[in-house]
Ligand binder design. Structure first.
Ligand code: SF4
Ligand code: SF4
Length: 379
């Protein structure tokens, strides 16, 4: 296992972290706790969970593994999160997390899920940073972090607002979306923050489409997983790359991949990024040149989700799921209602994508899936 220092904290953590959002059988908590314990046995020391993961069972499952991990006396670190903004609600959620996780303090506690550019300032008005600071002074939180899906163009602004509190960032970064994310990771690292990547495998997108992403592989690699992990861990800014283990076999393959790790050179990283863009001509590269929509439509988010439709060979579900679960857009129709069809985004698009027809497709997909769901429920 590789170990790296988390930002300025001086804490050493495993470069491979366990994302606890993909347990394959959350209804069998003891069995799933063994997945986390297996990761620990194989050298993983960074565990990332959250309330509501796996039907709200993830923290409980990890808590069972924590009991076993404590008995060994060896170090491990727990990261969890809250979307709450007011002190009373944050405290209530934190106390629940501590109890479920069987720990006295959370090592890395995250202001969770900043997806809109002004969200930190809105939560600040409700007292989120004051509450986090207080909980840290009380020793219930060891380090204050942030988890965000914001595009890199907004991150500097976010850091300007954090009152110097953030010590780490959890950011969705992988070989496919690096055009949008690497600058954000660099900015965080420049400020001395630990950088943890979620979506390291593109939420399974990369490993599910081995053929498309074959360019990530090198001779001797066992699968595209090796290439995806190698890309993230080669970025000098990255402290930990999370992988969501479903079972013990997932643990073993990721650990073995890291054990074979040989870093890409700067030139190889750039070549990989360029290959990712070149192999995806019809894809949104997430450059965000379309960001100045006067109607406030987050064009990138729709087009990034549409990438999944292409990879899924026109199956609409992955794109609609991505809009909902990753970008927080529950209703594509409502979110696109203010679009005036002015065409500015299409004219600005570096990939010359037919953005407006893709909007229409996503709207139709959403309606179709909703109809299907209603029909199933009425049976
Ligand atoms: S067509 Fe105009 S209003 Fe609609 S998303 Fe593009 S830039 Fe915004
Ligand atoms: S300009 Fe085009 S490629 Fe770039 S983020 Fe917007 S839609 Fe995607």
């Amino acid at each position: 296992m590789l170990y790296r220092t988390y930002g300025k904290t001086g804490i050493e953590v495993s470069a491979l972290g366990m994302g606890c959002m993909r347990f394959e059988s959350p209804d069998r908590p003891d069995e799933m706790a063994q997945v986390a314990y297996r990761a620990f046995e194989r050298g993983v020391t960074y565990f990332d969970t959250a309330p509501f993961y796996c039907g709200d069972k993830s923290e409980d499952i990890l808590g069972l593994a924590v009991r076993e991990m404590k008995r060994t006396g060896r170090p491990f670190r727990i990261a969890t999160k809250t979307m709450e903004s007011k002190e009373e609600e944050i405290r209530a959620q934190l106390e629940r997390s501590l109890k479920r996780l069987n720990v006295d303090a959370i090592d890395f506690y995250h202001v969770w899920c900043l997806v809109h550019p002004n969200q930190l300032s809105e939560r600040k008005k409700k007292g989120v940073l004051t509450a986090f600071r207080k909980l840290k002074e009380e020793g219930l939180i060891r380090h204050i972090c942030v988890s965000t899906h914001l595009e890199h163009t907004y991150l500097t602004e976010m850091f300007e607002e954090d009152e110097g509190l953030f010590e780490g960032i959890l950011i969705g970064l992988n070989a496919v979306n690096s055009a949008m994310r690497v600058e954000g990771a660099r900015e965080a690292a420049r400020r001395g923050l630990g950088v943890v990547t979620m979506n390291t495998l593109g939420g399974g997108l990369i490993t599910r489409h081995e053929d498309h992403f074959a360019f990530l592989r090198r001779p001797g690699d066992r699968s595209v997983l090796d290439g995806a992990l190698r890309f993230n861990l080669s970025l000098p800014e990255v402290t930990v790359a999370l992988v969501g283990f479903r079972n013990q076999a997932d643990v073993d393959s990721a650990v073995e991949s890291v054990e074979r790790f040989e870093a890409l050179s700067t030139e190889e990283i750039e070549a990989t990024r360029n290959r990712a863009i070149a192999s995806s001509q019809e894809f949104c590269t997430q450059c965000n040149y379309c960001r100045d929509c006067r109607a406030g439509i987050p064009v990138l988010r729709f087009m990034e989700s549409y990438n999944r439709r292409i990879l899924a060979k026109d199956d609409p579900k992955p794109a609609i799921d991505q809009l909902k679960w990753h970008w927080g857009i529950e209703d594509a129709n409502a979110a696109l209602a203010s679009c005036t069809q002015c065409g500015y985004c299409q004219e600005s698009c570096t990939q010359h994508l037919p953005i407006l027809s893709r909007f229409e497709q996503l709207r139709a997909d959403q309606a179709k899936l909703a109809e299907k769901k209603a029909a199933e429920q009425s049976q």
